[in-house]
Design a protein around this ligand. Sequence first.
Ligand code: SAM
Length: 243
Amino acid sequence: THFGYKTVEADKKAEMVADVFHSVASKYDLMNDLMSFGVHRYWKRFTIECAAARPGMKVLDLAGGTGDLTRKFSQLVGEKGEVVLADINDSMLKVGRAKLQDQGVVGNVNYVQANAEALPFPDNHFDIITIAFGLRNVTDKARALASMQRVLKPGGKLLVLEFSKPLNPMMKKAYDFYSFQVIPRMGSMVAGDAESYQYLSESIRMHPDQETLKQMMLDAGFDQADYVNMTNGVVALHRGYKF
Ligand code: SAM
């Protein structure tokens, strides 16, 4: 928008997100395992299965961070395929690239510093785009979804893995307690940074629920937008196609 105050708000959010991920980059993988009791591995495995990447495909792992999805895609698309790990944050990219190279993931992976809102790729380029636990950090989500739609090939698929709204009220209570009482404390103990983890919990609460995100994907031009809940809706995997 053109209104000054909104632009300032948007800048502030982008700056804060940058600070958070610079700060958590080195402890990111450890914290993911601790905070989710390892369950994020299952959520990601399911995402990989739904993506159904095949040899030769071009995959964009957007907001790819430390590269959990990229590693799997790199194996699946083979030497004729290509995986682009794109992230706005150079600290996360550095940690991700070092980790993947250590693990021998080389050859078909490229690293690109990019903002999801303005992707620096040609139209109709990727067979698959994933964005895992990334969309909630993006300031202008509609713009980001439109940008993903543009760079996706006709026939291609977008998968958005993100925290969502728990279905069961008891689960919601337990989850709120966990995110606002336990996670910032864990962040302070393990990563020496309560504030960043407080932000992460808040960003989860602010994120659009399942039906809203589904509609946003339709509005951005995706076809057959749909989602499946995991862990009682704590996380949802959204899927949309470009026809
Ligand atoms: N996808 C990885 C995973 O699932 O483990 C990393 C998720 S991490 C919670 C969120 C990532 O989104 C961070 O690496 C952050 O730098 C990135 N990010 C935040 N805003 C972004 C933007 N506007 N464009 C691209 N990446 C962004």
